[in-house]
Design a protein around this ligand. Structure first.
Ligand code: CU
Length: 152
């Protein structure tokens, strides 16, 4: 059985690579978007990215909202503020870079539909070197930390 599966995997890998292998490949883990109430002006999405060679996340696109942005959260005079990262996020080779609540995150601006738990958001991540990745991010309800937001 094992002897038969190996060549099949090799063929599938070749078929997936229509272009020559790029200088880097980015691995995605823990991709999700936070559920948001009806009419929310924006939604947050989170992901852990690991690039095989030095790379950079430069943009996020989605068909589910007006547009996507890459944000960071920083303390500014004792207040947590979000601001767009115009140069994107550095992805050092082999290092897992986590975008998570309270830190760097993806933001989808003006969602076209309510971000309801159980649904999903199509996201395209664009990198400086690696091929873009189009993914489906599951929408998850975040409980206690979001206070009354789930009681709409
Ligand atoms: Cu944001």
């Amino acid at each position: 059985m094992i002897r038969q599966t190996l060549p099949l995997i090799a063929i599938a890998a070749l078929a997936a690579c229509s272009a020559p292998a790029g200088p880097s490949k980015v691995t995605v883990a823990d991709l999700w978007c936070r559920a948001a109430p009806v009419g929310a002006p924006a939604g947050g999405c989170y992901v852990t990215l690991t690039a095989s060679a030095n790379d950079r996340l430069v943009a996020v696109e989605t068909t589910a909202a007006d547009h996507g942005e890459i944000h960071t959260m920083e303390m500014d005079g004792g207040v947590m503020r979000m601001r767009p990262l115009k140069d994107g996020i550095d992805l050092p080779a082999g290092e897992a870079v986590a975008l998570k609540p309270g830190g760097m995150h993806l933001m989808i601006i003006a969602p076209k539909a309510t971000l309801a738990a159980g649904g999903s958001v199509p996201l395209t991540l664009r990198f400086a070197k690696a091929e873009p990745l189009t993914l489906s991010a599951p929408i998850r309800q975040v409980g206690a930390a979001m206070g009354g937001m789930e009681h709409h």
